[in-house]
Design a protein around this ligand. Structure first.
Ligand SMILES: Nc1nc2c(c(=O)[nH]1)N[C@H]1C(S)=C(S)[C@@H](COP(=O)(O)O)O[C@H]1N2
Ligand SMILES: [Mo]
Length: 325
């Protein structure tokens, strides 16, 4: 029997991302037949390799440069930097929609004033204005690889400060073992997605063990490519955890809460068998719906350039984090 697979460029943009497919499948399963929905998914993933450079580039409006020296330890991730305008046009930020092209919609995010509430099981609960954070904690630049669970990756210079500095300032009580990061959420400016009136588990939340937050690699970014974060990248404060899949790092953080237990998180609540708590990058542990052995690296250049490359355990950062597990 001849089965015609749709070529990826024949498929609407909003159908090509695995995380989007998950949401769609939930909708399909309530209506259409289970088997038919399963087949459609299998067909789409069958041609993931044919993804073509077809997304645009997003001009980033001029922003003041940040005075932050590059940390020599993280000056070079061993592969070329991704093109700034390309990564600014290819984002996951579901509060603003399910496609990768939410940059325009994300401009509705109100970032001034911005406060980050640090509390829970700590000796020093405090609400920081975003300006205070970058004054209190010296900014540095680090080039990190970012690997999405959807098997695409990028290489970008983040400006920010180690999470450990905020952890020390908060001074957790002995019973604190985990920490929850909460993203901004406001239905009025962040409309979607909502399928058939289904309420998704907003706000977006993620969590870490305390020793993961204290790890040298765990980083809060306030900037990218030497200037403030564009809104689509999670302005004005986001997490960078380069040894974990991208969904573990929340964008546009408003709250950081120290706890004695793991709290529910956005993707894990939606699909516990697909998005686990640890989410450490591991080429030998396939996602239930696709392999994690390789990734498509977004390199650089005038046009989109996806380069297929093997995925490394802990994204190649084992020397820093392997001892945690
Ligand atoms: N609040 C929030 N944070 C989020 C997400 C999201 O949808 N909402 N997506 C995550 C995922 S899956 C990835 S891969 C990265 C994408 O970051 P980027 O768009 O800057 O590349 O943000 C993560 N943080
Ligand atoms: Mo992701």
């Amino acid at each position: 029997m001849l089965i015609r697979l749709p070529r990826i460029w024949d498929v609407p943009d909003h159908l090509v991302t695995p995380e989007q497919l998950y949401l769609d499948r939930r909708r399909f399963l309530r209506g259409a037949g289970r088997a038919a929905a399963g087949l459609a998914l299998a067909e789409l993933f069958g041609c993931e390799d044919t993804l073509q450079p077809r997304f645009g580039r997003q001009a980033v409006p001029p922003m003041a440069m940040l005075a932050a020296a590059r940390n020599p330890k993280f000056a070079d991730a061993g592969r070329p930097l991704s093109d700034e305008a390309a990564v600014a046009a290819f984002n996951n930020y579901y509060e603003f929609g399910v496609t990768k092209h939410i940059a325009a919609a994300a401009q509705a995010l109100p970032v001034t004033p911005w406060a980050v509430e640090v509390g829970g099981l700590v000796h020093n609960p405090k609400t920081y204005a975003i300006e205070d954070l970058s004054r209190l904690f010296p900014l540095e630049e680090r080039v990190y690889k970012h690997r999405c669970v959807e098997a695409w990756s990028m290489t970008v210079p983040w400006t920010g400060f180690p999470m450990k500095l905020l952890l020390q300032a908060a001074d957790p009580k002995p019973e604190a073992q985990f920490v929850t990061f909460t993203s901004y959420h406001n239905d009025a400016v962040q409309p979607g997605p909502g399928f058939g009136g289904e309420k998704l588990p907003w706000p977006y939340e993620e969590n870490l063990r305390l020793d993961e937050m204290a790890n040298e690699l765990a980083f809060f970014a306030t900037g990218i490519y030497g200037h403030d974060l564009p809104k689509q990248h999670g302005a004005p404060l986001r997490q960078c955890l380069p040894w974990k899949y991208g969904f573990k790092g929340a964008k546009s953080i408003v709250k950081i809460t120290f706890t004695d237990r793991r709290t529910p998180t956005f993707w894990n609540t939606l699909a516990p068998d697909e998005y686990d708590f640890e989410a450490n990058i591991d080429p030998e542990k396939p996602h239930p719906r696709w392999s994690q052995a390789t990734e498509r690296v977004l390199d650089y250049g005038e046009e989109w350039l996806w380069r297929r490359s093997p995925t490394l355990k802990y994204n190649g950062y084992g020397e820093y984090v392997a001892g945690l597990y």
